[in-house]
Design a protein around this ligand. Structure first.
Ligand SMILES: *Cc1c(COP(=O)(O)O)cnc(C)c1O
Length: 302
């Protein structure tokens, strides 16, 4: 991102475009789904079931993956049906997913109920956890790290938004497996750092096991910054807005209001505060999410 690097007067900034992973507007969940779908197929599944927020990128990519492989899809979304369809929720419907609504406090129970009903109804359901973040899904990001290194990139830093921890856990495992010497920094979009770092570490252990890799993964391999939570998950404030505008106007790159907008704001702030060295190479891993730009809640704010 030469123009953004120059504008900020900081280190060399690069971007890895997982907003272009290709499945109905792409995103990081597409990599995870590649592995989850293989498991679903191996089990002879006929229906994918998952859950998330109304503007969940994970749900939209799951609906697209189901369509692509001829499976049915049920999404358990938290909240109530909105007055207007927009963003990811509009795409969920276009992609043919069945939607079930659940009050936030009740969603685990609802998900279980939907799964049991589908099982009893002979739909051969396969349950995908929130954000696709179990060992199988997260292992996709160990391979993504291999891909990055095979592209000849050796950044000093990899920076990206982190939430359910799968992306970060996979990158940490891949970093160990392929002797990546840079630092892997997750910008939390919704959780205090201790809790998220703990989730990532435990998930990284199970990814290691899943890949049958004996790796020396430690607490200090998991770097989380929670200084950029702003007004909370999904809330777009001045910092996120500036990040969206700067990436768009210097590079023609679109961030999203919920994840990459926060991580982008974090990256900009860290560059400005001199956190990186001038001769560092910093790679921003774009995890997708751009359909949320067209969610009704954000169009007025952007
Ligand atoms: C889900 C998501 C994330 C967070 O990834 P995790 O693996 O859940 O930590 C980041 N960015 C976007 C756009 C997402 O949809």
């Amino acid at each position: 991102m030469p123009r953004l690097s120059e504008f900020l007067g900081g280190p060399q900034l690069w971007v890895k475009r997982d907003d272009l992973t290709g499945l109905a507007f792409g995103g990081n969940k597409t990599r995870k789904l590649e592995f989850l779908l293989a498991e679903a197929q191996a089990h002879g599944a006929r229906t994918l079931i998952t859950a998330g927020a109304i503007q969940s990128n994970h749900c939209r990519q799951t609906a697209a993956a189901a369509a692509r492989y001829g499976l049915d899809c049920i999404l358990v979304l938290t909240g109530e049906p909105p007055e207007q369809n927009s963003g990811n929720f509009l795409l969920d419907q276009l992609l043919g997913a069945d939607i079930v609504w659940s009050p936030p406090a009740d969603r685990d129970r609802k998900l279980e109920e939907v799964f049991n009903d589908a099982w009893q109804g002979g739909m051969r359901p396969y349950l995908i956890p929130y954000g696709g973040s179990n060992a199988v899904g997260a292992s996709a990001y160990a391979f993504a790290m291999e891909e990055l290194l095979s592209q000849g990139m050796r950044p000093d830093w990899v920076v990206f938004p982190s939430s359910s921890g799968g992306t970060q856990a996979g990158l940490v495992v891949g970093g160990k497996q392929y002797a990546f010497s840079g630092k892997i920094l997750g910008i939390s979009v919704d959780k205090p750092k201790e809790g998220l770092a703990d989730t990532v570490l435990r998930l990284a252990f199970s990814v290691g096991e899943c890949l049958k890799a004996k790796l020396d993964i430690r607490e200090q391999d998991v770097l989380v910054n929670d200084d950029f939570l702003g007004a909370g998950y999904g809330v777009m404030g001045p910092a996120e807005r500036e990040a969206l505008q700067l990436f768009a106007r210097t590079e023609g790159l679109l961030l999203d209001p919920v994840y990459t907008g926060k991580a982008g704001a974090g990256l900009i702030s860290l560059v400005r505060s001199g956190y990186f060295r001038k001769d560092d190479v910093v790679l921003f891993w774009h995890t997708g999410g751009t359909p949320a730009l067209f969610a009704e809640a954000y169009t007025r704010l952007i």
